[in-house]
Design a protein around this ligand. Sequence first.
Ligand SMILES: [Zn+2]
Length: 359
Amino acid sequence: MAQHFLLSPQARSVSILSVASMSEKRAYAKLKRIMWDANGGKPICPHCGGLDHWELEDDRKWRCKGCRKSFSLTSETIFKDRKLSFRKILAACVIFANGVMGVSACRLSRELDISYKSAWVLLQKVRDALGQNEETAQLAGVVEIDGAVFGGSMPRLPNSKKLWEEFKRKNKAAAKKRQKLIVVMRERDDPETGKTGKLRTFLLPKEGDAIPIARDILLPDTIVHADMSPQWEPLQLLFETKRINHSEHFSHDGACTNMAESFFERMRSAERGVHKHISGAHLHRYAMELAWKEQNRRVSNGEQAAMMISAVGKAPPSKTLVGYWQGRKGKPSGNGNSSGPANDQDDDAIAYLTGRTAV
Ligand SMILES: [Zn+2]
């Protein structure tokens, strides 16, 4: 049996020790090289894309000769108002790449010695950037489509057995209301070329809402696999479709959605084992992150960190996350791989920290 990629030496191309021993100047040079890779690490104006510039006397600032606006490495990116050092941002990207099931803000705050709030916002910004990077990706070949609900965890059972039934009845309904649906569209890997399939995830009120999205992002000759849910019926009018009855088989006559289910298993493992609780208001970001990790699962950690930094360099400042903890919560933009309605009245991050799991 072939060795698992994560056990191979190719999976390790950077270590947190190498980042920790870097000076701030070297970390800055590294980020600059990756973020402005298209121009060989030299400045690119974020306002007009111009390559000609003057160097300003202020350290690490330039003025564009085209639009005459000044800019720095993080201008017009999600790290526009960053307070963290470049070394910590670089280290955060490596830690984030190393967590194959995701990284919790609590862990990052302890690893980098930054506040929980800074760690939480930093991670959400990186998730946003990864999603935005994949926003226009189209899928082709054989695509599996499926939906699953997440969130809405129940609080701990009371000590007295007598109260269990009453407790479950009361809390189950409330927990169900807080559950949100994620629909995944996943390309199967191509065995001939060895190309890993792409994934797109969407936060939607119901599975049927994914039909118009599938029409837009799947190429016309795509073969779609779906389960027997009546909501997938219209897919048959748009694509060659294979259906699998899960009450009888997991795979039958070439039809299966096992790869889509495998992605949901990664999400469930992350929800249970890493984050403990994922709030519905931010579920789409976690889905984007895990979809990105799934499609880059055979890429080394150093390359993943570089891809993340590159995505950060292209993503505009987040309207939702700027000033999040100062009470300036914008409406979720639905940017990125996932989209759909999400209420943003969310104190679940604090609830988790204080042990109050609201249901
Ligand atoms: Zn410019």
